[in-house]
Design a protein around this ligand. Sequence first.
Ligand code: RP5
Length: 181
Amino acid sequence: MGIRSAGRTRKTGAAPRRSARRGAQRRVAILMGSASDWDTMKPAAEVLEELGVASDVRVISAHRTPARHRAYVTKAEANGIDVIIAGAGGAAHLAGVTAALTLLPVLGVPIDSSPLQGLDALLATVQMPGGIPVGTLAIGRVGAKNAGLLAAAILARRDPAVRAALARFRERQTASIPVRP
Ligand code: RP5
């Protein structure tokens, strides 16, 4: 199985790789429970690319591919990942289990893929018991976009280039808002 990331198709399950286009280390991992989640999670990868941050996009399910999940997450920090974004639908435990396996910050995106339209995933992702935090974003594509922006804001604390890209993003966004409808 392969999915698109930063303009390239890659196999799932292998270690993070450097972006061929930028030669940059992939610093944000974007995990999702199913390939069917990709349309929803794509805005995270797109906004990160816009900010010049390479991402590593993987289909990893906590319950359907638990060995792949553990192997990837426990090595993520050593492989140069700084932030993990995890999106899942239904009884969404991907972000929570990911957070349990790493000290990296984990941002959860509830996906509206079930008959409950993401309310189930929102509650499962946001209602982590005290001790293992997941920074939970909004349901769906908006949440994915904001997860990418929040991951960039975390990186920006120590990376002036990302901070400058984020500032330019905000300026463009402000300039795009009309004074009148
Ligand atoms: C969850 O089940 C996935 O995150 C996805 O949102 C949902 C449906 O998955 P598929 O049946 O489309 O593979 O684990």
